[in-house]
Design a protein around this ligand. Sequence first.
Ligand code: G4P
Length: 527
Amino acid sequence: MALIDEITKRRTFAVIAHPDAGKTTLTEKLLLFGGAIHVAGAVKSNKIKKGATSDFMEIERQRGISVATSVMGFNYKDVKINILDTPGHEDFAEDTYRTLTAVDSVIIVIDGAKGVEAQTLKLMNVCRMRNTPVMVFINKLDRPCKDPFDLLDEVERELQIRVRPLAFPISSGDTFKGVYNIYEKNLSLFTSDERQTADASTVDFSDISSPELDGYITKQYADQLRENLDMVEAVYDDFDREAYLEGKLAPVFFGSAVNNFGVRELLECFIRIAPSPRPSTTETRQVEPAEAKMSGFVFKIHANMDPNHRDRIAFMKICSGTFERNKNYLHVRSGKQLKFSSPTAFMAEKKSVIDFAYPGDIVGLHDTGTFKIGDTFTEGEKLKFTGIPSFSPELFRYIENADPMKFKQLAKGVDQLMDEGVAQLFTSSLNGRKIIGTVGQLQFEVIQYRLEHEYGAKCRWEPISIHKACWIESDNQEQLADFKRRKHSNMAVDKHGRDVFLADTSYALALAQENFKDIRFYFTSEF
Ligand code: G4P
């Protein structure tokens, strides 16, 4: 098949949600439709259950599952779908942000009773930065939900994106009757004994004014639906696919994932309107997927769970051309030519060695510790893909060696965990002490546990009071030098030797920004 056909048939996306909204459930149902799995319950929730923050087995279990479900590929009709999994726990949000750099679109799941929640907002901000097209699935209609119009308004207001319902629910909770699919002009009837099966009963209804409708959902609900649909047509413009592709308009669907209701309609629309692989931006130029030469970047690195095999898997998104097994590629950062004898692809739950991969696909590369997040592979051109976010840590601690005999192991462990993007390392200019910055409390526990179990090293944490880490830069070298001298006790360098200002308080930061006008303060750094 020609490269262009391979590209056109691919859809690479992620399902994102606030924990508990139904991301895992929806993913599972999508896989059921794709025939990638055959029974419900095959995709385990990758979330760390509440109250389990100290349960390291749970962390390990989560890591194990997330390797298995990192990428789930399947075919539906003529389309090759790649779903990229994102961690459920918000302490791992950074992992999610990086995964979002590798997708071409996103499906956001919202709990119809709760509406837009905190984590959804944060994730949407990342999508907005990248103009990622988003579709919204409002879930749990089998439970009493907020009014659909209120939900649509809430999505529009909170997520700051125009919406266009392509489905509309008929009541919710105990009186939930079904969903009218505006996009397909048919009615899906809800009967709760459909739990966990693949087919809901649908009735074609191009003319909803037909009295027949009353027979299906009673006159009261039929009238209400007619009224609501009139309102939809009056309030919302026609669905504009271009606006969706530009990330400016979100089509909205309603359903109940656990009942597999409304999911087929979502998937059918998704394969029709969601984008195939889009061009990627590099520091020098735009890379088009259909370019003959292969290029791709690493967006995630996963350590092996088995401490006897310290190797890792680097996940590379193919951005252009055809990736081939055993072909030499330039690892741009090191300048070395590398070839991969056993690159893997992920189809459903199976990992298998592949000979070829195309734009939109994710390839697993065996890594012995040489790769970093953001690394680029090409056929010779020195490209560097941009927009892979490094995060601004919010929690800080000194890391101390608790076993003097294991100094080397600790250094190596810390180094490799940082490459995986688990946390960030800073070295204080004042005393040379190492500081670890994370976005979640849990990460300190994960680091300590992994250092011990994977590297045989022991660490101890000591408190340090830092409000924020900011990378600083200036064209005014004199001012920069002055700043560094005055703030000596708050200066540090990151892993790449870049200057970082560790502000004690928000006041100190504001004051520094006020007094040193020529200095640029960055709250994230790109890897
Ligand atoms: P997440 O990945 O977004 O965190 O959510 P997940 O799919 O794990 O779903 C969270 C809970 O919501 C699960 O219940 C799941 O069964 C339930 N759920 C998902 N979709 C629907 C729906 O359409 N209607 C209703 N009523 N519930 C739904 P749980 O009790 O936490 O777990 P489980 O024991 O059922 O697996």
